[in-house]
Write a protein that binds this ligand. Structure first.
Ligand SMILES: C[S@@+](CC[C@H](N)C(=O)[O-])C[C@H]1O[C@@H](n2cnc3c(N)ncnc32)[C@H](O)[C@@H]1O
Length: 205
């Protein structure tokens, strides 16, 4: 129960006051990492760079501290990042300023906000699962646009950290079939250190 769990696990178990919970987590967190997830680097090198020799418009969903938004902005992408936590964005904005990049920070609750249609060449989702957003993510892509998605699968329950609520955990092959109108370029589920699914998918031109 809450008193016996780490603050991370408490957060994953209860959805009430989502914004407050994430704000607290970002306020309390001491070792903030702005390192991009290695999967973004791999997916970018293999799929995005060859298809987009010129940087375009990108959207990072639930982008937190902006680690991916900043990385893309440094490659001259025009980046918008959405998150419910204004505390995360205060820190992200400081880091973006230090790095000399401009990013459009949108404090929004994804339960009541969805992106404009056909606006983005690249959409990213890392460590966030909201199933009723899947079709809006597809629609947000321009023709030829790319979706990069990575988050936890149910096997993460065997580890101490990460979500405990099934609403935040992918089922086997779920991400593979979540975007039926996109062409899958890459898909993998792994359980080394953490249990995740990784997807790269493209909208038809
Ligand atoms: C595990 S973090 C992932 C952050 C980032 N994608 C990354 O990989 O560094 C999940 C993020 O989802 C955000 N979030 C949770 N619920 C949300 C909601 N309803 N609307 C928008 N963002 C939300 C949190 O504030 C948090 O930054």
């Amino acid at each position: 129960m809450p008193s016996e769990t780490s603050s991370e696990n408490r957060l994953w178990e209860f959805d009430a006051d989502e914004r407050g919970a994430w704000n607290r987590r970002y306020s309390e967190q001491e070792n903030l990492s702005f390192e991009p997830d290695p999967f973004l680097l791999e997916a970018y090198e293999h799929f995005v760079a060859p298809l987009f020799p010129k940087a375009g418009a990108a959207l990072d969903i639930a982008g937190g501290l902006g680690r991916h938004a900043i990385w893309l902005a440094e490659l001259r992408w025009k980046v918008s990042v959405v998150d419910i936590s204004e505390v995360a964005f205060e820190k992200a904005e400081k880091k973006a300023e230090q790095r000399g990049v401009n990013i459009d920070f949108l404090v929004r609750d994804l339960n009541s906000w969805s992106p404009d249609r056909k606006k983005y060449d690249l959409v990213l989702v890392f460590y966030y699962l909201q199933r009723d957003l899947f079709s809006a993510l597809e629609s947000a892509l321009k023709p030829g646009g790319i979706l990069i998605y990575k988050t936890y699968t149910g096997e993460q329950l065997q580890y101490e950290t990460g979500p405990k609520n099934p609403a935040h955990l992918l089922r086997q092959n779920e991400l593979l079939h979540a975007f039926p109108n996109l062409r899958t370029l890459y898909y993998r589920e792994t359980i080394k250190d953490r249990a995740v699914a990784e997807l790269v998918a493209m909208k038809a031109k």
